[in-house]
Ligand binder design. Structure first.
Ligand code: CA
Ligand code: CA
Ligand code: CA
Length: 648
């Protein structure tokens, strides 16, 4: 197709696509991303061309309870279920009772890595689904555990808290390579200007090299970065778990003497590897970058239950240009050609911009909460707040460059675009078998970060196999947001879409927007509820023929005049009878305004005693960590509460 189009036609089409449907269509391919490629490289080529479609199972370090000595019968994992689920009195937590219950020499959450925190009912390291979702560890005989504290001394052996070493770099030298060893940092302590370099490797996914914490403080170890913490720098490193650390990039901290406004990556996994886990950490000011490189490939990376906030770069503002400065494009996470990447249960807040702290760090169209590419990616249970532009930007610049992406049960608020599965290029079928299910989106666009009038929830172009189901897309309440939709279907290609069971509620302009194309086939839009209680919006805007489209059994209500419920583009607006005639949706239902409770995040803040604003709720959510874990600050629990208000 490319060869028969003149470049000028391609450019014209790209510009039309940009104007019509894609907020960052001018973003070029990632292959020239300045942040990518080893530091020793000249930066000229960063493309990782090797893509494997081989499915590799078991990417999680997870659980190695069987390898630990704590297999004696003092483990009461059977009884803890009784305590948590019966109507009887709660049993005391094994992890907060002053006793070494499993006899491994480590007592409670202070020391025993089988405890994710004081609330854990067992000192044993059990599978995640028996540990409230956390990864826990035993320290087997034969493994080294090196303790590191501010009071330590590098002439010590590091083998006990009393004989801790002082520096992280010395601990790195003491642990083995390809070893199931542990570096344990004392909680409440701070290290400045340290890093692990390229670091080392663990044995396998169940026996990783672990960097975690110990001690009586509830404060995560604070690591103040003046560069990266780990930089694979083109090499292969596998089976490493980074657990429960707080990273602050001093280069991005306006209060610090090292401030430059130009933070480099906190974690820079550019190279290859498998079995990499980052869990329960807090990242401030610096991006996490993952990129298969130089014939190497990452397969099996998990980024779970972290707080990732305010990754940014100064001088992103371009006066008079809301697109911003293309030279600096930090996002919370950037990932290129990562297979089996799981991004789960994190809080992403305010990534890509930091203008309230650094005046020149504007939101731009290039910077996002995450900007990701790979096969078999899972993005679930995340809170995604206040992105510079897009919350989840999927990147695919060639047919099939993303396959099998799952986006499930995430919570989205503000930013200006929720999910973008399109953009950049216009090749056919770039996204294969994507599912976008059970997400809640509210007030997308409200703060107008880039100053644009966008409020786009789900934008899909050039997909081959797509399920958009059971999402709840709410609230476009700010009158300046004139360019909004809940779902947009566009692009020159698209087949086998099932759009089903979604609720679109109070969206300005139109809830569903379709730009049909001759390249669209087998697109089914059925069983959705499309309601505007008070903005007088159109419900569906279908700007062309209905070939390739099936509308069925959707329910509609708008407070707009009856003749304005549906738009047929240049053919004007019609009422529901006109819509039935035009679309063929004979069973289109006109419903009364449903008596829902109309819940939102401000209401949720009140519900859990976290003030009554989004800002207050997010401040509490950013305090989430494994020692003080709160289920009521997780996306699935918040989403369930909102859904309940809307009868689902
Ligand atoms: Ca105990
Ligand atoms: Ca123990
Ligand atoms: Ca446990």
């Amino acid at each position: 197709m490319r060869t028969i189009r003149s470049p000028r036609v391609v450019m014209a089409l790209a510009l039309v696509a940009a104007a019509c449907s894609n907020g960052d269509a001018m973003t070029p391919a990632s292959t020239d991303d300045a942040t990518f490629g080893p530091l020793t490289d000249d930066g000229s080529s960063t493309n990782a061309s090797s893509i494997s479609t081989t499915a590799s199972e078991g990417s999680g370090p997870g659980t190695d309870a069987s390898t630990g000595p704590g297999s004696d019968d003092s483990d009461s994992s059977g009884s803890e279920d009784d305590g948590s689920s019966s109507t009887g009195p709660e049993l005391p937590s094994e992890c907060d009772d002053g006793i070494d219950n499993d006899g491994d020499g480590y007592a409670d959450w202070h020391r025993d890595l089988g405890c994710y925190g004081p609330g854990d009912h067992t000192e044993a390291a059990l599978p995640r689904d028996e540990e409230d979702g956390f990864t826990t560890f035993e320290i087997p005989e034969g493994s080294l555990a090196i303790y590191v504290s501010n009071d330590g001394d590098d002439s010590n052996d590091g083998l006990t808290p009393e004989t801790a070493v002082q520096t992280i770099s010395h601990a790195r030298d003491l642990v083995g390579d390809v070893a199931h060893d542990f570096i344990l940092l004392r909680r409440g302590d701070t290290w400045r200007g340290t890093n692990l370099g390229r670091f080392k490797a663990g044995i396998d996914a169940a026996h990783p090299l672990v960097v975690a914490s110990y001690g009586d403080s509830m404060e995560l170890p604070r690591i103040e970065l003046e560069g990266f913490f780990i930089d694979h720098n083109g090499q292969s490193r596998s089976n490493v778990a980074i657990i429960g650390l707080h990273f602050v990039s001093l280069l991005g901290d306006p209060q610090d003497p090292s401030f430059t406004g130009a933070p480099v990556e906190s974690i820079r996994y550019v190279g290859g590897g498998t079995g990499l886990l980052i869990e329960g950490c807090h990242f401030e000011y610096a991006e996490i970058v993952l990129g298969s490189y130089g014939g190497l490939e990452y397969d099996g990376v998990e980024i779970r239950r972290n707080v990732i906030e305010r990754a940014y770069h100064a001088n992103t503002c371009t006066p008079g240009n809301p697109n911003g400065n293309y030279d600096y494009r930090p996002s919370g996470i950037y990932a290129s050609h990562i297979n089996h990447l799981t991004i789960e249960g994190n809080v992403f807040d305010h990534n890509g911009w930091n203008q309230d702290q650094v005046e020149s760090a504007c939101a731009t169209i290039y910077n996002h909460n995450m900007y990701v590419n790979g096969h078999d990616m899972v993005i679930k249970d995340n809170i995604l707040a206040r992105a510079s532009s897009i919350h989840i930007k999927l990147l695919s610049d060639a047919p099939g460059d993303m396959i099998g992406t799952v986006i499930d049960d995430n919570l989205f608020v503000e930013g200006e675009i929720g999910v973008s599965a399109g953009g950049n290029e216009d090749d056919a079928y770039r996204f294969v078998d994507t599912t976008i299910t059970s997400n809640v989106m509210t007030d997308i666009g409200r703060s107008m970060p880039t100053g644009r009038s966008l409020a786009w929830a789900i934008d899909v172009l050039d997909n081959d196999g797509l399920l958009v189901a059971d999402n709840v897309v709410l609230n476009n309440r700010y009158p300046e947001l004139t360019n909004g939709f809940g779902l947009n279907i566009g692009g020159g290609s698209g087949r086998d879409y099932q759009i089903e069971g979604n609720l679109f509620w109070r969206l300005r302009g139109r809830a569903i927007r379709v730009y049909p194309s001759g390249g669209h086939e087998a697109i089914v839009i059925t069983g959705n509820e499309v309601v505007d209680p008070d903005l007088s919006s159109a419900l569906v805007e279908h700007r062309g023929g209905f070939g390739g489209y099936t509308y069925a059994d959707n329910r509609y209500y708008s407070n707009a005049g009856a003749d304005d419920w549906f738009s047929l583009g240049n053919a004007g607006t019609v009422d529901i009878a006109g819509w039935r005639a035009a679309s063929g949706e004979a069973d289109a239902q006109e419903i009364a305004l449903p008596a829902y409770e109309d819940r939102d995040l401000e209401g949720y803040a009140v519900e859990i005693g976290a003030g009554d604003t989004l800002e207050e709720l997010l401040a509490v959510a950013r305090g989430q960590n494994r020692l003080t874990w709160r289920e009521d600050l997780t996306a699935p629990v918040i989403n369930a509460w909102i859904r309940e208000g809307f009868g689902r």
